[in-house]
Design a protein around this ligand. Structure first.
Ligand code: MN
Length: 240
């Protein structure tokens, strides 16, 4: 049986078949294609429902998707006016899911907002706006070049990501926030040339990786896609 991978939804307003604009829970197909191409079955997890702890007993792995900013009260900070797109129900669901997945040692890949959720779920904090708080930082909020590589990420020698992807890869960058203090059990294993954290791992867990870039926009030929093959391999072993 193929591994079953839960992918968190990205809620938004959308038009129904009867021409009303109503709340929907959606996932860009790019994320689902990544999971399928890596050999697993994706299943969408609606984040505006109450979190059911039984979910982690039924899944073989979890992908946290991109999205808006996390409520800074979740990491003990005053809200900056630059923090944007807060969705408290999504925060609650994804923080609970992450803690449950970590407690069960379920394979986890956290993308963009996802790595920030992973960090906050484990007690870490965030830089609320890179341009405002990090003088001299690279341009990390480059939405126009969403499907192109714009800066390198260098991995710590000996880290899981260095072993899987090599010492450096080029990535896209669509984030205006970044990791500040690291959560418990997380190690910063990838950085951009300006020193910002672009990738984290939890070395005590079987396979838990967070990345600040968007692999789903870079396609299957990009070297970062290999990460998903290893993720699915780890997920396949959950039930055996
Ligand atoms: Mn970046």
């Amino acid at each position: 049986m193929k591994a079953l991978i839960g992918v968190t939804s990205i809620p938004r307003q959308a038009r129904t078949g009867f021409d009303k604009v109503l709340p929907h829970e959606t996932v860009p197909e790019m994320y689902l294609n990544l999971i399928r191409e890596a050999g697993a079955t994706p299943v969408v997890l609606p984040v505006h429902q109450e979190f059911d702890p039984d979910l982690v007993e039924r899944l073989d792995g979890v992908v946290l998707t991109g999205g808006g900013d996390i409520d800074p009260s979740e990491y003990r900070r005053e809200r900056s006016p630059l923090t944007d797109g807060i969705d408290p129900r999504r925060d609650r669901f994804e923080l609970s899911l992450t803690r449950a997945a970590v407690a069960r040692d379920l394979p986890l890949v956290a993308i963009c907002r996802g790595v920030q959720v992973m960090n906050v779920a484990l007690g870490g904090s965030l830089i609320q706006d890179i341009d405002a708080e990090v003088p001299g930082a690279l341009r990390h909020h480059d939405l126009e070049r969403w499907d192109r590589v714009v800066h390198p990420v260098r991995f710590e020698p000996g880290s899981l990501l260095a072993r899987l992807l090599g010492e450096e890869i080029d990535v896209n960058s669509m984030h205006h926030q970044a990791i500040d203090e690291l959560g418990d059990g997380l190690v910063a294993v990838g950085r951009s040339p300006d020193g910002l954290v672009e990738a984290v791992e939890a070395p005590d867990l079987h396979f838990a990786v967070g990345i600040q870039w968007h692999p789903e926009c870079l396609g299957f030929e990009h070297s970062g896609f290999k990460l998903f093959r290893f993720f699915v391999d780890a997920a396949r072993k959950v039930r055996t």
